[in-house]
Design a protein around this ligand. Structure first.
Ligand code: C2E
Ligand code: CA
Ligand code: CA
Length: 515
């Protein structure tokens, strides 16, 4: 099909079309004259030419107009196929076309794969319209980033930048650091100021990959590594590739390992801070299908189980093992299980849980579920409803990793909580960081005011334990007090209670000395 790319070509086309129309009309006129010579002998040849041209020129003009329209549609379609409709940036398809190819005389190029942190919870909390406002602002900031040759939205909350070698005199990470700072700057939206984080993965052509799709994949892997480390910037290395293979292997084996009970519960004691008595256990998943050194850690397989939709199956497998195991047969002590975000949005979760408890004749007041804030923000209404139904049956609910998410007080009020677990990132530095101490102290006061218990996670030494005792934290967990173990510790036996009381008195004296 005839294709016209710009105005000049269009002008040339109209002139040529008109000339063609004129000449064809002359030929047409001559032919008509020859055919009807007897009739037209008296007629004026010029007159006939004029009338024919009068018909042919508008036809040529209409043809040109039609072709112009087709050309415009064509270029609009091309734009649509290459552009992200929301932000106006290039889309993934166009970005891949722009990336350098193996064998081309291409310059060294850095690809930055940008993924917004915690974006899902912004969408869940403030709605998609506000999420879109954030996307547009971030897109504008990426586009304004000068060393970048082009910016793209790859889909969802993923963006990418292509940076030319001319700007690569220094370390790629230091080149993209300013753009990360820009992205993380608060965004003004219709509901107020919102902050997003960004994890950025970097891959360099041709060092890290030779084709556009491999290059993007390498940058993606580096981004995932940055995210796993809590955000920031990470450059691709070959070892990340090995980890990816590892991840695929875990993914392939996960279902079989869960159904064959190759993932088993480990019990970490929960200690009453005042008495040092073991009052319960948190169940932590352990991959025991392999020898210890070869087995993937929970930090590796839990996110994979979540991603591939096996986390619910894992929960029920662990619950079954717990309810038929030694901890359930012990006379007292609470057992806490971690629940993953997606599980709370299954309508039948509460009923299924109740059925299991009845089947095992397990007292619901001895079961606790640990949920995180992010779990709630996905679908607030269903989440709250499911938790209320669970709590009505006597199961207690605690808020896990408090302080690492939004730390939303309105959420704390809406949920049927009994306990708040203060994340270990605030507990490890408690002794030397006044900032951490203020946070822990404020959280304990808040919980006291709201009638909630507090539990500090990650207590690794005596001084931290004593400080928590002073601050009035109700429970503690940590390697100092008990590591996760396949067999639960005995809970709260009376003799143990007495012994622990003495220890508690001693530690109180010690605490006063240390203070
Ligand atoms: P979490 O729920 O915050 O669990 C506490 C983590 O801290 C556990 O890591 C535990 O072994 C570790 N920990 C306990 N005391 C200390 C300490 O004194 N110092 C330090 N540095 N760490 C300590 P683990 O078992 O590797 O689990 C990591 C995370 O994986 C858990 O964090 C939880 O979010 C998730 N997870 C573990 N088991 C399950 C499960 O059965 N279901 C779900 N949904 N998530 C699970
Ligand atoms: Ca937990
Ligand atoms: Ca935790």
């Amino acid at each position: 099909m005839l294709s016209i790319r710009n105005r000049t070509e269009m002008a040339v086309f109209v002139v040529l079309a008109s000339l063609a129309a004129m000449s064809s009309s002359s030929i047409l006129a001559s032919a008509t004259y020859e055919l009807f010579r007897p009739v037209t002998e008296r007629a004026n040849l010029l007159h006939i030419i004029f009338i024919t041209a009068l018909i042919a020129v508008p036809i040529a003009f209409l043809l040109a107009l039609h072709s112009m329209r087709i050309t415009r549609y064509q270029s609009e379609l091309e734009d649509l196929a290459n552009t992200d409709a929301l932000t106006g940036l290039h889309n993934r398809r166009r970005f891949l076309e722009l990336l350098p190819q193996e064998g081309e005389d291409a310059r060294r190029t850095v690809i930055a794969f940008v993924d917004l942190d915690r974006f899902k919870s912004i969408n869940d909390r403030f709605g998609h319209a506000v999420g879109d406002e954030v996307f547009k602002t971030v897109a504008g900031r990426l586009q304004a980033f000068r060393p970048a040759l082009s910016a793209a939205r790859l889909g969802g909350d993923e963006f990418a930048l292509m940076i030319d070698e001319g700007d690569l005199a220094s370390d790629p990470a230091s080149i993209v650091a300013p753009v990360r700072r820009e992205i993380c700057r608060p965004v003004d939206t219709s509901t107020g100021r919102i902050s997003v984080g960004a994890s950025i993965g970097l891959a360099v052509f041709p060092d890290d990959a030779a084709t556009p799709s491999e290059l993007l994949r390498a940058a993606d892997r580096a981004m995932l590594r940055a995210k796993a480390g809590g955000g920031g910037i990470c450059r691709f290395t070959a070892s990340l590739d090995a980890e990816a293979t590892d991840e695929q292997e875990i993914e392939a084996r996960l279902r079989t390992v869960i159904t064959s009970r190759g993932i088993t519960p480990a019990y970490q004691p929960v200690i009453c801070t005042a008495t040092r008595a073991v009052v319960g256990h948190e169940v932590l998943a352990r991959w025991t299908a392999e020898a210890r050194g070869d087995a993937p850690s929970p930090g590796r397989f839990i996110p994979i189980a979540e991603r591939v939709g096996l986390i619910d199956e894992l929960f029920w497998s662990l619950l079954e093992q717990v309810l038929s195991g030694p901890a359930a047969r012990a006379p007292d002590g609470v057992i806490a299980l971690n629940v993953s975000p997606n599980q709370l949005h299954h309508d039948n979760f509460a009923d299924r849980l109740a059925t299991q408890l009845v089947r095992h004749k397990y007292d619901p007041s001895r079961l606790e579920l640990e949920v995180t804030e992010t779990a709630m923000f996905r679908d607030m209404e269903t989440g709250i409803d499911v938790l209320r139904r669970i709590a009505e049956r006597g199961v207690s609910i605690s808020l896990d990793d408090f302080g690492t998410g939004h730390s939303s007080l309105s959420l704390v009020r809406q949920l049927p909580l009994t306990k708040l677990k203060i994340d270990k990132s605030f507990i490890s530095p408690l002794i030397w960081s006044s900032h951490s101490e203020s946070i822990v102290s404020a959280t304990v006061s808040l919980c006291q005011a709201l009638g909630l218990k507090t539990c500090a996670e990650g207590v690794e030494d005596e001084r931290t334990f004593l400080r928590l005792q002073e601050l009035g934290c109700d429970y503690v967990q940590g390697f100092h007090l008990g590591r996760p173990n396949p067999v639960p510790a005995a809970c709260d036996a009376p003799a143990q209670k007495e012994a622990l009381k003495a220890v508690a008195a001693k530690t109180a004296v010690l605490a006063r000395k240390l203070a």
